[in-house]
Ligand binder design. Structure first.
Ligand code: S3P
Length: 437
């Protein structure tokens, strides 16, 4: 077990086992937000246990939404939420500043909803969140009629909403969060709100709005929402988070003899590019879709090591893989090779993920070149292990831990408790999957 702040990783020979991962973070946020806007009581099972999704629940409570947590009868974990919806446009004015903590998704999606409410709200977060660009949601929401004050385009955002009108908007960068902010604002308005995307991004908002009885039409990278109609409560299940599963998939691809199966995993095609890329890199990947809930396909994936080939990711590959790049960087450092361009968005995530990745992986002995919009990692020399700092970024903490598995010596990841943002218990599962050796 790691201490609160430092995780110690010992080299592993291989990874094997079957497991489930926590509920999907992106989908959990959306189901919580839409439940709050629906008529009636929604029950969401397998809600993400991460701190980001807890921040969304706290913000909703501050907006007058009653939310209860129930434990799962099988695991005993508090993984079900019961949300008493207030109805579209009927959130209550909060009495204090909302705190989205580390969660960009909470901030941007909630900004869209608050823009449609006729009161003033301030939303802020931790130091990392307050460095992240918010102009990308301020611009379209202002065009719709909201008044938003921000310091230098960053949180805290003070949003005075209401009186909006539908717009047609082209997002400046491929971003599901910008798209969702506009669609969620549009959901409150009579008429058609349209978003054009420069490249497809995850479509969980579109699917979730339909599941809650809203009207969305998609034609390629154009999405229309027809708003002003009540949403109805649902009983929804959140599938396992493919971005969390990525770390096990990558570790299995890296370590000879590995064989890992992840069950009950979200397999929405807008999120599964990782598995195609792992197959391109030489891993044996078998996917089965079992079922679909609320329009979200789910099933299992088995990953076996079968050698590693160099990978090149071009700008067109990036939007579908943006959250998976830290793990793929760890794979490259563990005996692969990876050249990434067109990934400047990594610099405005929970950390500057290009510089912080390069710094952490170099500290473990990797050969990394950094570019303004990407990096090149050559894994032809074995990692030594060492000390890497998670840079307050959950995905980096997990990526450095996975890289440490194929090093010759041990690795310490400092600030490792940041994994709680999306994957509490990550280090316990790591211990289980590597225990056989
Ligand atoms: C997310 C969208 C992506 C992703 C983030 C979650 C979402 O961000 O990186 O982790 O849930 O919509 P961007 O929209 O900024 O690309």
């Amino acid at each position: 077990m790691p201490s609160a702040l430092e995780a110690h990783i010992v080299p592993a020979r291989r990874l094997s086992g079957r497991l489930r991962v926590p509920g999907d973070k992106s989908i959990s946020h959306r189901y919580a937000l839409l439940s709050a806007l629906a008529e009636g009581t929604s029950r969401i099972t397998n809600y993400s246990p991460g701190a980001d999704c807890a921040a969304t629940l706290e913000c909703l409570r501050a907006l007058g939404v009653t939310i209860l947590r129930e434990s799962d009868p099988v695991t005993g974990r508090l993984s079900t939420i019961v949300v008493h919806g207030r109805g579209l446009g009927r959130l209550a004015a909060p009495s204090a500043t909302l705190n989205a903590q580390n969660s960009g998704t909470t901030t941007r999606l909630l900004a869209g909803i608050l823009a449609a409410h006729p009161f003033t709200t301030t939303i802020t977060g931790d130091a990392s969140l307050c460095r992240r660009p918010m102009k990308r949601v301020i611009d379209p929401l202002t065009r719709m009629g909201a008044r938003i004050e921000a310091d230098n385009g960053c949180a805290p955002l003070t949003i005075t909403g209401g009186g909006l009108h539908p717009i047609e908007y082209t997002t400046p960068v491929p971003s599901a969060q910008i798209k969702s902010a506009v669609l969620l604002a549009g959901l409150h308005l009579d008429g058609r709100t349209t978003v054009h995307e420069p490249a497809p991004t995850r479509d969980h908002t579109e699917l979730a709005v339909v599941a809650f009885g809203g009207h969305v039409e998609c034609a390629g990278t154009t999405i229309h929402v027809h708003g002003g109609r009540p949403l109805r409560a649902v009983d929804a299940q959140v599938p396992g988070d493919v971005s969390s599963a990525t770390f096990w998939a990558v570790a299995a691809a890296a370590l000879p003899g590995s064989d890992v199966t992840i069950e009950d995993l979200g397999l929405n095609p807008s999120r599964t590019a990782l598995f195609d890329v792992l197959a391109r890199a030489g891993a044996q990947v078998d996917r089965i879709i079992d079922v679909s809930t609320q329009g979200e396909p789910r099933g299992s994936v088995r990953i076996r090591h079968a050698g590693l080939r160099p990978l090149v990711l071009t700008p067109a590959d990036i939007p579908a893989l943006i959250d998976e790049l830290p793990a793929l960087a760890a794979l490259a450092a563990s005996g692969g090779e990876l050249h990434v361009t067109g990934a400047g968005e990594l610099r405005v995530k929970e950390s500057d993920r290009i510089t912080a990745l390069a710094t952490g992986l170099r500290a473990l002995g990797a050969d990394v070149d950094e570019f303004p919009d990407g990096f090149h990692i050559r894994g032809d020399r074995r990692l030594t292990g060492g000390h890497a700092d998670a840079a307050h970024d959950h995905r980096l903490a997990m990526a450095f831990a996975i890289a440490g598995l194929s090093a010759s010596g041990s690795t310490t990841v400092s600030g490792a408790d940041v994994v709680d943002v999306s994957y509490p218990g990550f280090f316990d599962i790591l211990a289980t999957l590597t225990r056989a050796d």
